[in-house]
Design a protein. Structure first.
Length: 306
């Protein structure tokens, strides 16, 4: 896969992309990264790439001419082919006005052959770039950064680790927080399923982890993790993943496919954490008693306190 990064600060990427999984993927030929200096496509004496916004207002806006010229020089497929899926390419504008970037989008981008990332700056880019050159806008979260370079590096990292061969253990990306993928069952030479104590995240947060030493400053590793019973370890890990999600990211529960056992575990956790049975997230519609709002509506109206 090839990443094309369009920026006014090309030196920014000399550090973040030279370490870890991204570096190994580059060396293995799994990915290729090209950084393009937008100022090289500005032809006035001062290499101007921005100007004041029409209609007034604060800040500066990246001009359309150098962005169009830069991206078109890369030989990308026409926008209509990218939007229809006929071309396995995408031109992305990093923008606070874009769609929220989450793990499913990273998995979608990992299916492409080429990804062009336009790093916005100042007040953003001329809207004609978004409408007629790019095929999507991406926002990293509900916050504003000084530019899109950090976001572009993040996207390169998150997409790269989903590519075949990028990770030493392919199952690693399936057992992480937010991943909705299920790890395949492994079989031994006799065709029998191998013992496995891991648990796929299923769109929730990952379960908690411990390593040596078994005891540190009076805090011991949970006994269940050292007893060798894979089934008990799986159940314990699933419960801790549900607990961590309920504490820190309850919104994920509204999107996840939860089994009856999961629902029962959530009810136990709710009681332990003393969460009122009819407390609901106004943002997600999730009932912390352990039921999806949609499932509740299927059974009948939920009585709520005024």
């Amino acid at each position: 896969m090839k990443f094309e990064l369009v920026t006014i600060f090309p030196d920014f990427f000399r550090g973040p992309l030279d370490y870890g999984i991204v570096r190994r993927a580059r060396e293995a030929g799994i990915i290729e990264i090209a950084v393009h200096d937008l100022r090289e496509f500005a032809h006035d004496r001062h290499k101007t790439v921005d100007d004041r916004p029409f209609g007034g207002g604060e800040g500066m806006v990246l001009k359309p001419e150098p962005l169009f010229e830069c991206v078109e020089s890369l030989g990308v497929a026409p926008q209509r082919e990218r939007l229809s899926g006929a071309a396995r390419e995408s031109v992305v504008v990093l923008s606070a006005q874009g769609s929220l970037y989450e793990q499913p989008m990273a998995a979608e981008l990992a299916q492409l052959d080429r990804l062009v990332l336009i790093c916005g700056r100042y007040e953003g880019v001329d809207e004609r770039v978004t409408e007629h050159l790019a095929d999507r806008e991406i926002c990293l979260g509900n916050f504003v950064m000084s530019g899109g370079e950090l976001g572009a590096a993040l996207i390169v990292d998150t997409v790269t680790r989903l590519l075949p061969g990028a990770l030493g253990n392919e199952a690693s990306s399936q057992h992480e927080s937010f991943s909705a993928l299920k790890a395949p069952v492994k079989f031994d030479e006799r065709g029998r399923p191998e013992p496995d104590s891991t648990v796929s995240a299923g769109g929730l947060l990952d379960y908690v982890h411990y390593t040596r030493p078994a005891e540190f400053r009076g805090h011991a590793v949970p006994e269940v993790l050292v007893n060798g019973n894979h089934e008990e370890i799986r159940r314990w890990r699933r419960r801790r993943a549900l607990e961590k999600t309920l504490r820190n990211r309850p919104d994920l529960l509204a999107k996840a496919e939860l089994s009856g056992q999961d629902q029962a575990l959530i009810e136990e956790i709710r009681q332990e954490l003393q969460i009122p049975p009819q407390t609901r997230s106004e943002n997600t519609g999730f009932d912390f008693a352990g039921q999806h709002a949609n499932a509740q509506r299927a059974r009948g109206p939920l009585e709520e306190k005024e």
